[in-house]
Design a protein around this ligand. Sequence first.
Ligand code: SF4
Length: 243
Amino acid sequence: MASPEQRARTARSLAVLDERLTHCRACPRLVAWREETARVKRRAYADWDYWGRPVPGFGPPDAALAIIGLAPAAHGANRTGRMFTGDRSGDVLYAALHAEGLASQPTSTHRGDGLELYGVRITAPVHCAPPANRPTPQERDTCRAWLTGELRLLRPTLRAAVVLGAFGWQAALPALAEAGWEIPRPRPVFGHGAHTVLPAAEGPDLHLFGCYHVSQQNTFTGRLTPAMLRAVLRDAARAAGLR
Ligand code: SF4
């Protein structure tokens, strides 16, 4: 099978890219883990038919704002097949998006639950669930082709991106550069509330925002509160022209 780079680069639409992505088997460790997790399941989800494949981005193909996380959760997106769907991180994220008028409902439980995003596309630098939520640098670099391809296809309408966490930030910068935006030197440093503007060689600039990840580790400890998350989303939505 062709490499992720070839498959992503030649996709002429997000629908095609998403479909191709779901068949990717480029990372043997992650393929084994996502499929094993889908087979063994968690007892609470024993009656679920787990997705167990790469999870594509979610949201309209003409989004103005991208939200870039880390990777699918083993019993969240790897179970439901939709980004941040079916876990506590998603509960926090979608509640904030709905409160800011960027989602049609505050909950995201399964594909087909009616949820729509307004001008927002949610994606990740790694599309398969990794053991302990930790992809290797090689897996991150291999999967970057899909993110680059997605950002390239979103480029005509994309005006802002929120990156959740330092891992996503490190992974997203090269993808953004490959998709056509310039990364200033020195490279922008991740932090909650960080905001920088990436100039484009052609076309509009991109507003890049940093936000702590919506992981339980951050939300349960109060490191990231709903108000903090909403403030970043509000600023990003404004920069993207969504309000
Ligand atoms: Fe393919 Fe990305 Fe999954 Fe690796 S992590 S198998 S590159 S979709």
